[in-house]
Design a protein around this ligand. Structure first.
Ligand code: FNR
Length: 368
């Protein structure tokens, strides 16, 4: 009784199907947020506070939404962000996302806690397809150094260090399903087979170093030439610090609402950050990405208008993969491309460089 793929008309449709067809444990792990899931819901609804100020009589016969992120050309200003445990949703795991990303020239961020091994995901890459590495920093720095240098050697183009997870958030949906699924275990290639009694997420994350701090950044810069991006920055003070630390970018993100409940949405933090960077003339010192709750091309366009270089998308691709496999992920990407083309045309922007703050009214985001 699964609807045919052609009946998924937008990214939210995949979520509705996935909820019906996914195994309880997988659905719980993918869909859960921290505590009362206020941040998780806010992530998407915060985009509803931004409205467009379109320009008319602009020649939009041809619309081009290709762009460059961290020195790599890409067809679209969105990327597949890192999400752990791909095999919970699909027997082949993350390589399904790799293959779909290749079809649409979309960048993929490989998670430390992928179900497939890192090398399997890199081997699934074709041509000049771009991949980045998401890093959870191990208490044993020798392990981390090996992971980073191996990724660089295997052609990953950037290193995203997750900084919003010194401890994994409490995702109660995920913790509860242990009762309906006792004895099962999940496997992450980066770790051991684990006991699910704390939920999948917490069980696989005990190696993460909670003492990681700004003092460690020079060490990362000494072990790799890859651009370093801090994933999970949540206020302008830390963005300024990131510039001073000499990193190449930040992702304004709250981990899809899975960490600190009542963390603000990425789009709201972006509205706080960009005016300060512009005031200092620092807006070109680093690339700003956001993720969390991006479900429509209008969300992507809003983020780009406000100054983001690109946006990450997590759950929608997991849901598409879980329900329909590679074909599903490809359709989700295709739908976003169609939405991008139409909506850029409707707001009067022919290229991503035409997107600027004057095309949006974002006053409501900052308590206006
Ligand atoms: C994540 N996210 C994540 N982030 C990270 O840095 N390392 C990780 O291992 C994971 N794992 C993970 C698993 C699952 C199931 C989800 C849903 C998310 C966070 C992810 O990179 C991103 O910040 C959010 O997914 C973005 O929000 P949306 O698009 O899912 O709303």
């Amino acid at each position: 009784n699964m609807p045919p793929l052609a009946q998924c008309y937008n990214l939210l449709d995949f979520e509705a199907v996935a909820r019906q067809v996914m195994k309880t444990t997988a659905w719980a792990y993918y869909s859960s947020g921290a505590d009362d899931e206020i941040t998780m819901r806010e992530n998407h609804s915060a985009f509803h506070k931004v409205w467009f100020r379109p320009r008319t009589l602009v020649d939009v016969e041809k619309v081009d939404f290709s762009t460059t992120m961290l020195g790599s050309k890409t067809a679209v200003p969105f990327y597949v962000t890192a999400t752990a445990l791909g095999k919970l949703g699909h027997p082949e795991g993350e390589v399904v996302l790799t293959r779909a990303a290749h079809q649409h020239d979309v960048v993929q961020m490989i998670p430390t806690l992928a179900s497939c091994s890192f090398d399997e995901i890199v081997d699934a890459r074709k041509g000049d397809q771009v991949q980045w590495l998401q890093l959870y920093v191990n208490k044993d720095r020798a392990i981390t150094q090996k992971i980073v240098q191996h990724a660089e050697k295997r052609g990953c183009k950037a290193l995203f260090i997750t900084v919003d997870a010194p401890q994994l958030g409490r995702r109660e949906k995920d913790m509860r399903v242990k009762f309906s699924d006792t004895g099962s275990s999940v496997q992450a290639s980066g770790g051991d087979s684990v006991d699910r009694s704390q939920g999948a997420a917490r069980a696989i994350s005990s190696f993460i170093d909670p003492s990681l701090s700004w003092k460690d950044i020079p060490w990362f810069q000494s072990i790799t030439k890859l651009p370093i991006i801090l994933k999970g920055v949540q206020c302008v003070e830390d963005v300024l610090r990131a510039v001073e630390a000499g990193v190449q970018g930040v992702v304004l993100s709250n981990h899809g609402g899975r960490q600190l409940d009542f963390a603000r949405s990425g789009i709201e933090v972006l509205a706080e950050v960009m005016p300060v960077l512009r005031e200092r003339g620092w807006e070109n010192r680093l690339e700003i990405f956001i993720d969390g709750g991006v479900r429509r091309a209008t969300d992507i366009i809003k983020a780009l208008c406000l100054g983001a270089k690109g946006v990450g998308i997590g759950r929608p691709f997991l849901y598409a993969m879980s329900a329909y496999g590679q074909e599903g992920v490809e359709r989700a990407m295709q739908l976003l491309k169609e939405e991008l083309e139409m909506n850029m045309r409707l707001i009067g922007a022919a290229t991503v460089s035409d997107l600027n703050p004057s095309l949006v009214d974002a006053r409501a985001l900052l308590g206006g």
